[in-house]
Design a protein around this ligand. Structure first.
Ligand code: NAD
Length: 490
């Protein structure tokens, strides 16, 4: 992977890189160094019309291919993802600032797993048939056509895999727009698809900011938008998708709770809290940023949390395989997170550890914020209400189960939640009352391909992964067949 500042990344349409006509570009910055590493061409009118034209043409080929043939090709892409792991992990780390150990073991692997899962399901899609009054009808599950994917910057390659896999498996084609902060992961996937034998145009990647995203949501040539990003942006996407009555899948933000009961395994509870706040330097949508700890174990929990946060987190050059804590995505986001930390201090929360920006050895110009734990928090503090999307954990006390559940649910968002307890009945009783689409019991963060994920309340609409996601990429056609003579009053 080159770090040549003069490198220019073009839009990837119909199996090749295509230059725009306006010459407009934007910069991509390595979060660990603050330096521009390459420039990207913004998708102009020329690129957009080529993307649509090529996608529509590719749909004719891809959707008519047998499901088993599509499956075989997508399985080849899975093998290529694994073969290119080192390269892909490096791309993700340079664009995003996350530790390469994570990119290699989580981003690439979970992206490939989801593609493998849906490739395997492709030939299992069936309709139904039923006899009615001597006639019969049958149903066909047909693809939607040209779908759009719009990605966030925290898991660029994984998001591109998670959106394209179910769409392509059942015969759709996709125009994907990655975040303008991390444009390369989706392009690497597009090249893998081509190398695996996916026809040109089935997965086009167009580059750009909100303006390009907004064009995708209003285009009347596009049948569906699958979006990952902030709640506020999701609202805009849904509003403009309504103008053409597009189907939408929305994977949005969260302010998720973790409930640690007094009988929990304390070390495991600390592991869950740290995984759910410091993995990917806190830039994970499902993060348990509100950690409710039972009174009886509060002090012990904090002591272990402080020790492990101060001793086990290794910040530094994300390309160093020993680093387990990277840089925030951008200077602007770094400021946003620091502003939240200041607000936490002003509103009376106490910093148990962290709370400052810093410059670790090996990455002194990067956008780093210390892993931060606030204690003595209350539910009304800004840090306990708004999504920060950085390494900032708020710890709150609770003393009884009903109170814990009520306070955990007291948020307009509902992406995820966790419960740490050895009491099996309590675990399920509590989980069944939590308003969240993804709940973990004595675990946090795992998201296998087989498990549907998505949000309650403001955190989203629809699901990704799991068998049910295929229904969001197909439409049912009912075919009624008259076997008896057609009667008519006319
Ligand atoms: P964002 O909403 O700023 O941007 C997301 C994408 O939308 C980008 O590609 C952006 O260019 C595009 N966009 C911006 N304005 C648009 C518009 N008006 N129309 C169409 N597209 C537009 O989000 P972000 O900062 O990239 O990502 C962080 C957010 O994503 C957090 O809120 C996080 O919780 C959320 N997220 C959710 C999930 C999930 O699965 N629920 C996963 C990852 C991230």
């Amino acid at each position: 992977m080159t770090q040549d500042r003069s490198e220019r990344l073009l839009n990837f349409i119909d199996g090749e890189f295509v230059a725009n006509q306006t010459g407009e570009t934007f910069d991509v910055v390595n979060p660990a160094t603050g330096e521009v590493i390459y420039v990207v061409e913004q998708a102009d009118e020329h690129i957009r019309s080529l993307a649509i034209e090529s996608a529509k043409k590719a749909f004719q080929t891809w959707s008519y291919m047998s499901a088993i043939e599509r499956s075989r090709i997508l399985h080849k892409a899975v093998s290529l993802l694994h073969e290119r792991t080192d390269h892909l992990a490096r791309v993700e780390t340079l664009d995003n600032g996350k530790p390469i150990q994570e990119a290699r073991e989580v981003d690439v692997v979970t992206g490939a797993d989801v593609l493998e899962f849906f490739a395997s399901l492709a030939p299992t899609q069936t309709g139904q048939q039923q006899e009615v009054d001597g006639d019969f009808y049958y149903t066909r599950k047909e693809p939607l056509g040209v779908c759009a994917g719009i990605g966030a910057w925290n898991y660029p390659l994984q998001i591109a895999c998670w959106k394209s896999a179910p769409a392509l498996a059942v015969g759709n084609v996709m125009i994907f727009k990655p975040s303008e902060e991390t444009p390369r992961g989706a392009v690497e996937l597009a090249r893998i698809f081509i190398d695996a034998g996916v026809p040109a145009g089935v997965f086009n990647v167009i580059q750009g900011d909100a303006e390009v995203g907004s064009w995708l949501t209003t285009s009347d040539e596009i049948e569906k938008v699958s979006f990952t990003g902030e709640v506020g942006t999701g609202r805009k996407v849904m509003e403009s998708a309504a103008s053409t009555l597009k189907d939408v899948t929305m994977e949005l933000g969260g302010k998720s709770p973790l409930l640690v009961f007094d009988d929990a395994d304390l070390d495991e509870a600390v592991s869950a809290a740290m995984l759910g706040n410091f993995f990917t330097q806190g830039e994970v949508c499902t993060n348990c940023t509100r950690v409710f700890v039972h009174d009886a174990i509060y002090d012990d929990f904090l002591a272990r949390l402080k020790t492990r946060t101060e001793e086990n987190i290794v910040a530094g050059d994300p390309l160093d395989t020993h680093t387990n804590f990277g840089a925030l995505i951008s200077k602007e986001h770094h400021k946003l997170v620091m502003d939240y930390i200041e607000k936490g201090k002003q509103e009376g929360a106490r910093v148990l550890t962290g709370g400052e920006a810093f410059s670790p050895d090996g990455a002194t110009s990067g956008f780093f914020v210390q892993p931060t734990v606030f204690v003595d928090c209350n539910d009304d503090m800004t840090i306990c209400r708004e999504e920060i999307f950085g390494p900032v954990m708020s710890v709150l006390r609770f003393s009884d189960e009903d109170e814990g559940i009520r306070r955990a649910n007291d948020t307009p968002m509902g992406l995820a939640a966790g419960v740490m307890t050895k009491d099996i009945r309590r675990a399920h009783r509590v989980v069944h009352q939590l308003q969240a689409g993804i709940c973990w019991v004595n675990s946090y963060g795992a998201s296998p391909a087989e498990m549907p994920v998505g949000g309650y309340k403001l955190s989203g609409i629809g699901r990704e992964n799991g068998v049910e996601t295929l229904n969001q990429y197909t439409q049912t056609k009912s075919v009624y067949v008259g076997m008896v003579k057609l009667e008519s009053p006319f």
